[in-house]
Design a protein around this ligand. Structure first.
Ligand SMILES: [Zn+2]
Length: 187
């Protein structure tokens, strides 16, 4: 059961704010479907800034490495990107499962430089939501079951005050890939 205390709408507002501040643009320009690189002019370094802001806001750890990086680590070099820098057929299948609604834009042989363009405002919000959904049932420090919000976005234990121990973004990607592999035996 999901027991995340923060509404989806709130996550979207905070993601929009982090992006506006990270890229230094007017929040009114930001739509859920906006591609950060293509539509909002984000550069690689801006992603680090945006992730940092979201980590501070929600007390989470965003993934440091991409799904591609994790595939190569788990399933071997060139399992996701071949020697010519193109997406493999196996990796294309995995990414299509991960990025619902982008299935038609992801295909084997596409250049890996095209991938970051697919990061949208709503894909980031969804990623943050997935991390918040890993809120454990009980506080890992005192075992109390009484989460509350501080400053409206930080989940802390109502009993001992410890911050919630969410699963990190990298762990979550790794767990997801292992599950996919177990179910579908792609690699
Ligand atoms: Zn506690």
């Amino acid at each position: 059961m999901k027991q995340n205390l923060i509404a989806e709408q709130r996550v979207m507002e905070e993601v929009t704010k982090a992006i506006a501040e990270g890229i230094d643009i007017n929040p009114a320009k930001i739509k859920p479907e906006s591609s950060l690189m293509k539509d909002l002019g984000a550069e690689s370094l801006d992603f680090l800034d945006i992730n940092y802001r979201l980590e501070q806001t929600f007390g989470i750890k965003m993934a440091r490495r991409t799904v591609i990086d994790h595939m190569e680590e788990l399933f071997g070099e060139e399992s996701a990107i071949d020697s010519e820098g193109k997406l493999t057929e196996k990796a294309a299948r995995v990414l299509a499962m991960r990025y619902d609604g982008y299935g038609d834009k992801i295909s084997a042989g596409m250049d890996m430089d095209e991938l970051p363009v697919m990061v949208t405002v709503s894909s980031i919000a969804e990623g943050v939501g997935n991390l918040l959904d890993t809120l454990p049932e009980k506080c890992t420090n005192c075992s109390a079951q009484s989460w509350k919000l501080e400053e409206e976005t930080r989940t802390v234990c109502g009993s001992c005050g410890e911050s919630a121990a969410f699963t990190s973004g990298d762990e979550l990607i790794e767990d997801w890939l292992k599950q996919i592999q177990e179910d579908k035996k792609i690699f």
